[in-house]
Design a protein around this ligand. Structure first.
Ligand code: 5GP
Length: 114
């Protein structure tokens, strides 16, 4: 079974009770295995497997996902202290779920990655 189905079920509200936000274009929900005090994901409602599938036609969704991520970070009051946005793309980056998603991590001091 392709693991993208996990996120499709979350969009359809068949599994996760962790949905923070949903509209016609995107869904945001808490990560099942949080890597920080606050860790949520933002995904498009229309299936896109990874950043590599972003084209001239669908590129606007990435900006919108980012906009919603920032909006939620503000609502959850992690924005002033700071947060990190991560998008893993394919094997070398460790993309586990083949469904485009933005990770938003915060609520505590994060380890430096550079
Ligand atoms: P990736 O490694 O693909 O960038 O991140 C996938 C993320 O999805 C991981 O952080 C993982 O914990 C999260 N995840 C996997 N399965 C589920 C699930 O069923 N529900 C939720 N809420 N998150 C999941």
């Amino acid at each position: 079974m392709n693991n993208k189905i996990i996120f499709e079920k979350i969009i359809q509200k068949k599994t996760s009770k962790n949905i923070i936000y949903q509209d016609k274009q995107v869904t945001a929900f808490y990560d099942i295995k949080p890597q920080a005090l606050v860790h949520f994901l933002v995904i498009p409602n229309i299936y896109i497997s990874s950043l590599n599938e972003i084209t001239k036609k669908n590129k606007d969704i990435v900006g919108y996902m980012m906009y919603i991520a920032i909006k939620i970070a503000k609502q959850l009051k992690i924005s002033d202290s700071g947060y990190r946005i991560v998008v893993n793309c394919n094997k070398n980056a460790g993309q586990e779920i083949k469904y485009l998603h933005i990770h938003v991590l915060g609520g505590e001091k994060l380890n430096n990655i550079n």
